[in-house]
Design a protein around this ligand. Structure first.
Ligand code: PRT
Ligand code: MG
Length: 212
């Protein structure tokens, strides 16, 4: 049995065409079913649904043989124990610094003032500001980062941006692009040896179907 860990939503949706290229169809809709283990058209392949941030953990400890996780999630988790053979070029977005439209970020940085930054991505944010030599107090949040500068909890946020409409709706602007983000295929190290052939075939099929 091969177990693939996916998160509901964009990663699940955008992985479906890659699975199709491997001749695999998920036979239940996660938005309708409450099941966490989904069967597929192949008896030897199943999908488990976990939180996006839990995908690396499941794969690292062998709860799943493979998984699909955002580069953001992998950096924050620390992906050293995972084999990462493919950038799947799906669930694309960028990691950015954003501030309220009326906050003079350039001046704050230039003056060398300490900036309060709210984010779920503390590893990425810490590294980014350290590279720039900017002093920051990081405030760890688990969601709705956009709210923090609006109510005075932080001067800036580090968050994922795709269309930009969430920032716009909250009167925030991007002031720095930290890095482009896409999702990767991650593989459990032991599974790679024990289930070598089926996993190799899956990786090949996925590779053939990566969107340009
Ligand atoms: O939602 P949940 O709390 O269950 O988990 P999650 O947010 O970790 O999962 P999910 O499915 O939302 O995201 C999974 C992965 O998709 C992330 O790890 C990213 O690699 C990738 N991805 C791609 C995104 C986005 N695009 C994205 N736009 N993840 C989140 N967003 C959020 C962003 O945080 C912001 O709140 O969407 C909002 C901005 O979108 P725009 O279009 O308004 O700019
Ligand atoms: Mg989300």
């Amino acid at each position: 049995m091969i177990t693939l860990a996916l998160s509901k939503g964009r990663i699940f949706e955008e992985t479906l065409p890659l699975l199709a290229a491997a001749g695999i169809e998920v036979t239940e809709d996660p938005e309708k079913s409450r099941k966490l283990i989904l069967p597929t058209t192949r008896d030897d392949v199943r999908v488990v649904l976990v939180r996006a941030t839990d995908v690396p953990t499941y794969v690292e400890y062998g709860g799943a043989d493979l998984g699909v996780a955002g580069k953001d999630v992998l950096i924050e988790h620390g992906g050293d124990n995972l084999y990462q053979p493919l950038d799947l070029n799906i669930a694309k977005c960028r990691m950015s610094v954003a501030v309220p439209v009326d906050f003079d970020y350039a001046a704050a940085v230039k003056q060398g003032s300490r900036i309060r930054v709210a984010t779920k991505y503390t590893t990425i944010a810490r590294q980014h500001f350290a590279d720039k030599g900017v002093h920051v107090d990081l405030i760890k949040l688990y969601g709705s980062m956009e709210l923090a500068p609006l109510i005075g909890l932080a001067d800036a946020i580090v968050d994922l941006v795709s269309t930009g409409s969430t920032l716009k709706a909250n009167k925030l602007v991007e002031v720095e692009h930290i890095m482009p983000i896409s999702s990767r295929l991650v593989v459990n190290q032991a599974a790679l040896k024990l289930k070598r052939e089926p996993i190799r075939r899956l990786i090949e099929a996925f590779q053939s179907a990566i969107p340009a």
